[in-house]
Design a binder for this molecule. Structure first.
Ligand code: 1HN
Length: 351
């Protein structure tokens, strides 16, 4: 049953309400329905960003400012439902970051957790907590909260990756701390590939108690080659899920839970010609296409996407993704937070 609508507004009542405002009080019964929605109605708008269209602007940014001067040279992907607020969804930030050959993005740390999803280039690095990883297209890389991190590009080609951060979540709690470092590049204490070997190989070091980065995965880089291989084998072994295709979530190998406490990353493979069944969940999802091309229908909106494009599906609106060619899509959302708070819901459309 629908809940009550607001009671009638009489002049007497209005005068009473006006008299409450200076005392920093207000009548709940006037606001009830806007405070407690019967079901989610997201402010997030369905939206797509074409990488081909954006690339000249990303490269122009590279002519206008260095990574060092900018601290991070990023074009923010801003949802039109949140103009001026640097959000791609209600709870998450995203942007395309460029690092040119020879550049360094200086060492710093902050309370916000970050993910990097590599869109173009090969051989630039990010260093986190004493370990450097050389990145390739499709790699998923984690910067846990409050870890020192710097980026650099010793390759011959530009690199662009999609940043995903929990900035609005940390902002909601007014819990942001950040600091820079005297040295642009951090000291390296472990060889490349160390965290993947130790924690990301279905093995764990003897005596390791876990929690190196709190609830965040100790694996720095989940290389695309491995993820792609897993998806290929999964797709050969059985049919796709009707709503998700062949989908694998990135997890923390210590716990089996999401790889990050605030951001839930996934990768899915959709066979050529496959259309996902109508589905909705309370988390708005940000997608980055790695391979293939197709469309996504979100309510009444149809958006086209191809390799490297980003699109956003708001929470609790039915959507279907269609793949014109065999496609691989990376995605992330705030689902771990919703799950931790007991808020997450999904609806597979068939009930
Ligand atoms: C940040 O530290 C990075 O480390 C990227 O690459 C984007 C956006 C806002 C605040 C900090 C990075 C960021 C950021």
């Amino acid at each position: 049953m629908a809940m009550k609508t607001a009671p009638a507004l009489t002049p007497e009542r209005q005068a009473f309400y006006d008299g409450l405002a200076p005392d920093n009080m207000a009548p709940l019964w006037e606001r009830f329905s806007s405070l407690i929605a019967p079901e989610p109605r997201s402010i997030v708008r369905p939206c797509a960003w074409s990488y081909a269209a954006a690339r000249p602007k990303i490269m122009r940014a590279g002519e206008l400012i260095t990574a060092k001067e900018a601290e991070r040279r990023v074009l923010i992907l801003e949802n039109p439902g949140f103009k001026g607020q640097s959000r791609i969804t209600n709870t998450l930030y995203a942007g395309w970051q460029l690092i040119l050959p020879g550049e360094v993005a200086p060492n710093h740390r902050h309370s916000q957790s970050a993910l990097r999803f590599v869109v173009e280039g090969e051989g630039a690095y990010t260093a986190v907590d004493g370990e450097r990883t050389l990145m390739r297209e499709g790699d998923f890389v984690i910067t846990p909260a409050w870890t020192w991190h710097d980026h650099g590009n010793d390759s011959q080609k530009p690199m662009v990756w999609l940043d995903g951060l929990d900035i609005p979540i940390v902002g909601f709690f007014e819990a942001s701390f950040a600091e820079g470092h005297a040295d642009d590049r951090q000291a390296l204490t472990r060889p490349e590939g160390d965290s993947l070997a130790r924690y990301g190989s279905g093995l764990m070091p003897e005596g390791y108690k876990g929690g190196k980065h709190g609830r965040t995965s100790p694996v720095l880089n989940y290389p695309y080659a491995r993820t792609r291989e897993a998806l290929a084998r999964m797709s050969q072994a059985g049919p796709p899920d009707s709503c998700h295709g062949h989908r694998l979530n990135y997890v923390n190998p210590e716990t089996g839970a999401w790889a990050m406490p605030t951001i839930g990353p996934s990768m899915r493979l959709l066979p050529k010609g496959f259309a996902t069944e109508l589905y909705r969940s309370t988390d708005a999802q940000v997608f980055s296409a790695v391979e293939g091309h197709g469309t996504v229908t979100i309510g009444d909106t149809v958006l086209s996407w191809q390799k490297r494009d980003v699109f956003v599906v708001p929470g609790w609106i039915k959507f279907s993704i269609f793949a014109d060619a065999e496609s691989v899509l990376f995605s992330f959302s705030d689902r771990p937070v919703q799950e931790a708070l007991g808020l997450w819901r999904e609806d597979r459309g068939n009930h």
